[in-house]
Design a protein around this ligand. Structure first.
Ligand SMILES: [Zn+2]
Length: 95
């Protein structure tokens, strides 16, 4: 299984300063499950990560978007917890 060009890969950044790989490509593996594919780049074999959000396969840190990385590591966890109820609320409006 490689990196298919049709997939919607996003850049994520490992906040750990001990990690060799700072930039990862991630994509949702299954919309119904908390599974993510994480790879160091095209040509590399992706890891399948089971978590609420994509995490670094090397150090286990939550991978951050560029915005989250700028805002600070601590705030990203709080944002993840707020996403659940908000997402459900928006779904209710759509129905
Ligand atoms: Zn890492």
């Amino acid at each position: 299984m490689g990196v298919e060009s049709g997939d919607d890969w996003e850049y994520r950044f490992c906040p750990s300063e001990f990690c060799k790989v700072e930039v990862w490509l991630v994509t949702r593996h299954d919309l119904k499950a908390e599974l993510w594919r994480v790879t160091a780049g095209a040509g590399n074999r992706p890891w399948i990560v089971a978590a609420i959000g994509p995490v670094c396969p090397y150090c286990g840190e939550s991978l951050l978007t560029a915005v989250e990385l700028e805002e600070g590591i601590g705030q990203s966890t709080d944002e993840d917890q707020e996403e659940g109820p908000l997402f459900e609320f928006l779904e209710t409006l759509a129905v």
